[in-house]
Write a protein that binds this ligand. Structure first.
Ligand SMILES: [Zn+2]
Length: 283
């Protein structure tokens, strides 16, 4: 299995399996920008497949992890050494989460932000075609991190280029750098992420280099899921211990003429109408 960047990393936790076989059996696939994004945004897919033999989760990290903060035990690491640490942490997460395969494509962030970058497109097209996943988790298009949105846009382009029969049944845009609490409840894809809380905690916890950099992504990610569960409905008891919200991106794959910007602005317009309507009624 070869990709366009020589530093690309292929890891199959079950060593008895070839990478090709591990990718082909994938049913749930997350494509994210950075190491640790998958575990923050797509725990729903990981949990759906955990401990099962009829469903398999796989993860793809598009960038190389360059330029991340280096403090504490990592203070004296070079940027290249830090990239190696992050690569290893992503492999640890794949092992803990029982992923089928973990791919790290090692593209520089600047290259990913070029919408016409052919190398990124070629890699993603090959992965989507080989995996044939039913459910795909992407960054949500209203995320505030440029690289996240760029990766999402590359993925949409690659998925739209697949023959219709090979496209996933469900595509979710997921929360990292901006949550989706602002979506109308009727617009939310509500994903129960209550299962295996110990696994959920471990998955974000293995990224020590990011947490040691001064950001408690482990606490924040689990806290967001808990807050979503409690604040989802003002009446009644919590029905789940954790919820993640997704934006339904499937219509953008089914109808390839649909413009992503217009699609997202429709969600924002419905949010705007909701706030306006309530204030006009009560203000
Ligand atoms: Zn990220």
């Amino acid at each position: 299995m070869r990709f366009s960047q020589p530093e690309a990393d292929v890891f199959v936790p079950d060593a008895s399996l070839t990478p090709e076989a591990a990718l082909t059996r994938t049913t749930h696939l997350c494509v994210a920008a950075h190491q640790d994004d998958i575990e923050i945004m797509a725990y729903h897919g990981i949990a759906e497949c955990f401990g099962r033999t009829d469903r398999w989760f796989s993860g793809v990290v598009v960038t190389n992890g360059a330029g991340s903060p280096r403090t504490g035990v990592y203070a004296h690491y070079s940027d290249a050494e830090m990239q190696a640490v992050r690569r290893l942490e992503q492999r640890k997460a794949a092992y803990v989460g029982d992923y089928s395969i973990q791919l790290q494509l090692a593209h520089p962030s600047a290259a990913v932000k070029d919408p016409r970058n052919a190398a990124v497109q070629v890699d993603l097209a090959a992965i989507f075609a080989a995996a044939g996943a039913e459910v795909v988790y992407l960054h949500q298009p209203a995320d505030k991190h440029d690289t996240h949105v760029a990766v999402m846009a590359h993925c949409l382009q690659a998925l739209r280029a697949l023959p219709a029969a090979q496209r996933p049944k469900q595509v979710y845009g997921c929360e990292v750098w901006r949550d989706l609490d602002w979506l109308l409840d009727t617009d939310k894809q509500v994903l129960d992420v209550s299962a295996y809380p110990n696994v959920a905690a471990s998955l974000v916890g293995v990224f020590d280099s990011q947490i040691a950099g001064g950001k408690r992504y482990d606490l924040a990610s689990l806290g967001r899921r808990r807050a979503n569960a409690t604040y989802f409905a003002s009446h009644g008891v919590d029905l789940a211990q954790g919820l993640s919200y997704g934006m339904d991106l499937s219509p953008l794959i089914t109808d390839t003429s649909k413009d992503v910007t217009e699609y997202v602005l429709e969600y924002i317009q419905r949010f705007s109408n909701d706030v306006k309507g309530r204030l006009e009624r009560l203000g």
